[in-house]
Design a protein. Structure first.
Length: 597
């Protein structure tokens, strides 16, 4: 038994040594240049940027166009001892924000400080979304004690907005090496059958023609899928959906996925990259998502005026009440918008906005064309979400009160933001020809950082913001709206939003009809609709649940001028959110109520 133990220990140490000896660089670019690296020219154009555009984690390496120059600039590794290697593999993630083309970016190698040999290059003719790059090469620089690699830019820097790079790995490849590259299952799920999805990449020098993909939930049963119909060349990726879905129930779980039986030989040459684990949370139920658009714009930006007038404003009109909207006025170009605030600057930095106009939907870049926006809006609205938000903001004088309730159907830590916007402004005229703007951000409550909230499934969260707006750019208190949204800051995904007009001490104007208020709201037993009619009118109302079913209706008939109170009983309604649709003559108005016991 002692000898068997020693043999096992020897095998483990040997496998571990094999797995590690071929890896020369793993670089996340927490600093730029990294320790031991150099930049041969234009050093200020290379920085560590707090963003994730390349698809990794912040920070990442950014080659930026400013200060402008024409020529070459290289970010160079230190010497790498590649003795014994005959081939080198280079893998990294990148993203290109193009301006006008006419330049080249690439990777080159050298040894003994000699001339550079390009091993990969592209000359973009447009922006390149986040994507992986995989390079294998064998040249005279491989096998040296002084091998160096560089990322390089060649051309006029004014032709590119930025090149972002992350998660560099340099290694001597194994003959047979299939890597479990990703697990793409969403971290937040609806209960029911869930497909296990992800990707495998060939990190070796031999084609991968077959393998077995495995997964288990926590420490449960192993599920296997055998794949025979592939022929992955080095660097190629295979996207998979495993044949046995997971019957997910509410709770927190760990999904383990791994590779086995590569090319029918059991295991490949590198075991440490064969397995991935991921924690996911399954919600108790889901609800309808109201997407959020966030626009970065300025009254001194001519393209902003064009985008708003020809694309975005018509889009807003074509999709009324189908999304929440916040516009952040920026302090550039030129002197920028007079209504810029530092809170808008924080959101700009959060999304790494480098130019206006720029538009995000639920935390992701928008296509910014009308056809694409209609598609993306429908796609976002169809996504499951796990929060119900309710708010009835009011104001007195220049002070706003925003009580919010959030019903979570999932457990986890999320960020809650509350944003005061003015529906129409006219006082921030700049130089681009626009004379009015909509949904302009005035104040973030309590600030642009928002609130970290640890939600527990089934436990209602409540919070009330009180803010004096006398020092803001607000033009009319009666023209305000509040947008509440819930965001996962690591992925930037916005999971739910809600907008509500700010009412004067709980009343709502109904055009020329009069005023309306519903009280109490939230309600446990009986609620009342209080009407103050300017003219006599036929009045009826219906109460709907979230599915659109009528759960209560009443015809009050012809009511004269003056005050009226219409009561209804909610004792038979289950707790939750409902809509009251009130018909007053030829006018219709809808207001939300919450049944809460």
């Amino acid at each position: 038994m002692k000898n068997l133990g020693l043999l096992f220990l020897f095998q483990f140490v040997f496998l571990f040594a094999i797995a590690q000896q071929a890896i020369y660089i793993t670089q996340p670019f927490n600093t730029v240049p990294p320790t031991g690296w150099t930049i041969d020219a234009q050093a200020s154009n290379w920085i560590a940027n707090n963003s994730t555009f390349a698809g990794g984690t912040a920070p990442e390496c950014l080659f930026y166009n400013t200060p402008t120059f024409t020529g070459d600039s290289r970010l160079i590794t230190g010497n790498i001892n590649t003795t014994g290697a005959t081939t080198l593999s280079v893998a990294f993630k990148h993203y290109v924000s193009d301006y006008s083309g006419g330049y080249t970016i690439g990777v080159a190698s050298r040894s003994n400080a000699g001339p550079w040999t390009t091993v990969w290059s592209i000359s973009p003719t447009g922006s390149i979304p986040a994507s992986p790059v995989f390079i294998q090469f064998s040249n005279a620089d491989v096998g040296s004690t002084t091998t160096q690699l560089c990322f390089y830019f060649s051309g006029a820097s004014s032709n590119i907005e930025g090149w972002l790079i992350d998660d560099l790995v340099v290694y001597s490849p194994y003959t047979l090496d299939a890597k479990m590259n990703s697990n793409t299952v969403s971290p937040y799920l609806v209960q029911g059958n869930v497909d296990i999805t992800g990707s495998v990449i060939n990190y070796g020098t031999t084609n991968v023609t077959s393998l077995t993909l495995n997964y288990k939930i926590n420490s449960g049963t192993t599920n296997t899928t055998t794949v025979n119909s592939i022929n992955l060349a080095p660097g190629e990726t295979y996207d998979y959906t495993l044949t046995q879905p997971w019957a997910a129930t509410p709770g927190s779980y760990t999904i383990t996925t791994w590779i086995s039986d590569v090319n029918g030989v059991g295991s490949d040459n590198c075991l440490i990259n064969d397995t991935l684990t991921k924690t996911v949370i399954v919600a108790s139920q889901s609800t309808v998502r109201l997407p959020l658009y966030e626009e970065f714009t300025s009254s001194t930006c001519s393209p902003c005026a064009s985008f708003n007038s020809t694309t975005f404003t018509p889009f807003i009109a074509a999709h009324p009440n189908e999304f929440s909207l916040i516009k952040y006025q920026m302090n550039w170009p030129g002197t920028g918008d007079p209504y810029y605030t530092t809170e808008g600057g924080v959101r700009r930095a959060f999304y790494n906005v480098t130019g206006v106009p720029d538009l995000f939907i639920d935390g992701s870049n928008s296509t910014m064309n009308s056809g694409g926006m209609a598609t993306e809006l429908a796609a976002e609205a169809a996504k499951a979400t796990f929060f119900e938000i309710n708010t009835t903001p009011t104001y007195t004088g220049t002070t706003i009160t925003v009580p919010i309730t959030i019903d979570p159907y999932i457990t986890g830590i999320f960020k809650v933001y509350a944003v005061v916007v003015e529906k129409t402004t006219t006082g921030n005229v700049g130089t681009n020809g626009e004379t009015s703007w909509t949904h302009v951000m005035m104040k973030m409550l309590p600030n642009a950082v928002g609130l970290n909230v640890s939600f527990t499934e089934g436990t209602q969260y409540t919070h009330t913001y009180i803010q004096n707006l006398s020092t803001t750019h607000v033009e009319e208190m009666s023209d305000l709206q509040v947008v509440i949204f819930i965001q996962q800051t690591s992925t930037k995904e916005v999971f739910q939003s809600k907008f509500a007009d700010v009412l004067l001490t709980g009343t709502q104007e109904i055009n020329s009809i009069g005023t309306l208020s519903v009280y109490p709201n939230p309600v446990a037993d009986f609620s009342n609709i209080r009407l103050d009619l300017n003219n006599s009118a036929n009045v009826s109302y219906k109460v709907y649940n979230l599915l659109g079913d009528i759960v209560y209706k009443e015809d009050a008939g012809l009511l004269p001028i003056g005050n009226h109170s219409l009561g209804f009983n909610v004792k038979n309604l289950t707790p939750g959110m409902y809509f009251i649709s009130l018909q007053i003559g030829d006018k219709k108005i809808t207001q939300k109520i919450t049944v809460n016991r």
